[in-house]
Design a binder for this molecule. Structure first.
Ligand code: SAH
Length: 378
């Protein structure tokens, strides 16, 4: 192995690849499990501290490997306890992750890309354009980093039992910046590490991948993973969905739903969650609720109604609470399970669709109106 090559970031290697790596360093593959135990169970990133590994092996690891997370540019905490971190992607760009504490769980919302190329008309990330995919290590590194940050917060909180209990990552959702299925190659190994007994050991029902509807990749995902699936539907008919979620022009609702039911069959999953952002006067009428119910009735589906979160420059407004309630009732009356997502962290722009980070757009269409070279200050 070439000693001049950059160290391998272990956060990017699912177990099999880590075993191969460890083997190439001249150690027995089962050492990979010990190593994962240190890295994921105990949150240790320094090889010197891994005292049950042979000294020689630790030395080789320090020469060839590292455990490196994205660097934190800034942290913000909302009045409701939601935390948002701005993380460095490179010298000039950043992406975001959000932790949402609830009494019975702690959900970490992670990003899969710097920006997003899909251009959904109501999403602030879309306005930034797309720069690049995050690596597996950058995706896994968010979870590792958040766990460490929350450890520190709990330590500081000392004896306050309630805070201690709630501030742990129990659930991970790929609902931050980016379209996870457009970064399939890096996202799938990251999911493996999240689920691996020797990794974060999360149950597959506690890891949710949300997609805007990349149909071929949903079929591929069914072969490679079994995490919970959420789909950003947002409209009950193709004409409106073409406008809100432009990928619909390529993969219309009918095809998308067929792919969802296939995913459930293959994975023995319970249901698909359909996200539906509530936009005043656009997709929130009772007739549209009834159309949505006709699409989903009789299928293992849940609808999650998301009150629209505004951002500068948007032409949309949030539906009123009464309209959202009425929409939900129409669905429930027709036997379609529906919940309303409570808005969290909106005072720090950490709510759904508000994540912006700092993205230098590389899609030519938008280059004209971007500020290039905006440095991220530490
Ligand atoms: N690209 C993936 C992952 C992002 S998930 C996807 O589209 O599913 C983020 C969720 O928040 C999606 O359901 C998205 O449609 C929704 N969202 C985007 N902008 C929003 C906004 N301004 N207000 C509320 N929800 C929004």
């Amino acid at each position: 192995m070439d000693t001049l090559t950059a160290p391998t970031n272990l956060l990017g290697l699912p177990r099999q690849e880590l075993e191969a790596f460890v083997g190439a360093l001249g150690s027995k593959p089962f050492r990979a499990r010990q190593l994962m135990n240190w890295v994921y169970k105990r949150g240790v990133g320094s090889f010197a501290a891994m005292t049950d590994l042979a000294k020689d092996f630790r030395k080789r690891l320090s020469e060839r490997a590292e455990v490196r997370t994205p660097q934190i540019v800034s942290r913000q905490t909302s009045a409701d306890g939601t935390c948002k971190w701005l993380l460095r992607a490179d010298a000039s760009q950043a992406f975001e992750m959000v932790f949402i504490p609830e009494p019975d769980r702690g959900t970490l919302c992670i990003s899969s890309q710097v920006g997003c190329a899909l251009d959904c008309s109501f999403c602030s990330t879309a306005q930034q354009g797309f720069n690049r995919n995050l690596s597996t290590a950058e995706i896994v590194g968010q979870v590792w980093l958040a766990a460490r940050e929350l450890d520190e917060q709990r330590a500081q909180a000392g004896g306050e039992g309630e805070l201690r209990a709630a501030r742990c990552v129990t659930n991970v959702v790929l609902m931050g910046m980016g379209e996870p299925l457009a970064n399939f190659r890096n996202v799938v190994p990251a999911l493996q590490i999240l689920l691996d007994d020797f990794g974060f050991d999360l149950s597959r029902r506690r890891v949710t991948l949300s997609t805007s509807g990349l149909v071929p990749q949903i079929y591929r995902l069914a072969e490679r993973s079994n995490v919970a699936l959420a789909v950003s539907l947002h409209a009950p008919d193709d004409a409106l969905r073409n406008e809100l979620v432009p990928i619909n022009r390529k993969h219309p609702i009918g095809e998308l739903l067929t792919a969802c039911w296939h995913y459930l069959d293959e994975q023995n999953g319970r249901s698909v969650t359909f996200e539906y952002v509530m936009l005043a006067g656009v997709n929130d009428s009772p007739a549209q609720a009834r159309a949505l119910a006709r699409l989903l009735h009789g299928h293992p589906a849940k609808v999650n109604l998301i009150p629209f979160n505004p951002f500068p420059g948007t032409r949309y407004r949030r539906s009123s609470p009464a309209v959202i309630q009425r929409f939900r009732d129409e669905l429930l009356q027709r036997g379609v399970l529906a919940t309303i997502r409570r808005t969290r962290g909106d005072d720090i722009d950490a709510a759904c669709g508000q994540l912006a980070g700092r993205v230098i757009d590389r899609t030519t269409v938008r280059l004209g109106n971007k500020v290039i070279g905006l440095a991220v200050q530490p």
